[in-house]
Write a protein that binds this ligand. Structure first.
Ligand code: FMN
Length: 235
């Protein structure tokens, strides 16, 4: 009789232990799932993207950065799927060359007494890890204008809009891997030099420059006008 009671107790303890283990497993599983979902949350990435000006080259992410840019240029949309966007990615010495070109071009047009602050701004971009140059191939735009005359006036606009989508896509994709970036427009001032330096086709029109790198100083607070001034929802 005593033996039966002891066996029954052991059995009960086993069942309790097994259930506890199962609950623990479920807890761990749900936690991992939650973390995974959080990591993939698109809106979180959108919120984390900022104009980061405090950038450094203290990262070693050439492969990952090239990969997100590759994926972005393949998957970003364009009008009529025209794919008129072109990208040049500059790392290391090539990146420094771009900001030297920009500094030289600016020096020719900025008054001497104001150049020190301009130079400091350019040095901050130069301190980054690399720069993405965004272009639009005008030969693709012209081709579309000839092919679809009805939309002739729209193609240059859609081309710029599509490029902006690609810029934003890459900006967010970089933010997702904790790489900071900002957006600059030294075109058309630097266009000719850029084209010559990297031997790019004449039809490539420079649209924007995006320096990127490790975040040495995060972006400050951002203000937002009241939501009801910029959003209307009807249902
Ligand atoms: C179309 C466009 C052009 C911009 N041009 C510049 C620029 O030339 N230089 C610059 O420092 N920031 C530029 N910005 C960045 C904006 O100033 C910035 O996005 C805005 O102040 C909001 O800050 P956030 O990017 O941190 O959200 C540009 C942004 C957009 C969307």
């Amino acid at each position: 009789m005593f033996l039966y009671i002891t066996l029954f107790e052991i059995f009960c303890q086993y069942v309790i232990f097994k259930n506890m283990l199962e609950i623990l497993w479920w807890g761990v599983y749900l936690l991992i799932k939650e973390v995974k979902i959080m990591g993939k949350n698109f809106l979180d990435v959108i919120k984390s993207r900022r104009s980061v000006y405090g950038l450094s080259d203290k990262i070693d992410l050439k492969q990952q950065i090239s990969e997100v840019i590759k994926e972005s240029i393949v998957y970003a949309p364009s009008s009529f799927n025209s794919q008129s966007a072109r990208i040049v990615v500059l790392f290391g010495e090539q990146h420094h060359k771009l900001w030297q070109i920009t500094s030289d071009c600016l020096q020719k047009i900025v008054p001497t007494e104001k150049f020190a602050s301009t130079k400091a701004k350019i040095q901050a971009f130069d301190a980054a890890y690399g720069t993405v140059l965004f272009f639009e191939d005008q030969s693709t735009v012209t081709e579309l204008q000839n092919k679809f005359p009805l939309y002739k006036d729209n193609f240059p606009i859609w081309s710029e809009q599509a490029n902006a989508m690609l810029q934003y896509c890459i900006w967010c994709a970089l933010a997702d891997i904790d790489v900071g970036a900002n957006l600059q427009h030294y075109n058309p001032l630097i266009d000719e030099n850029v084209r010559k330096t990297w031997n790019l086709p004449n039809s490539w029109k420079l649209i924007a420059q995006m320096p990127f790198g490790a975040i040495s100083q995060p972006a400050g607070e951002k203000t937002s006008i009241p939501l009801d001034q910029k959003l209307k929802i009807f249902s």
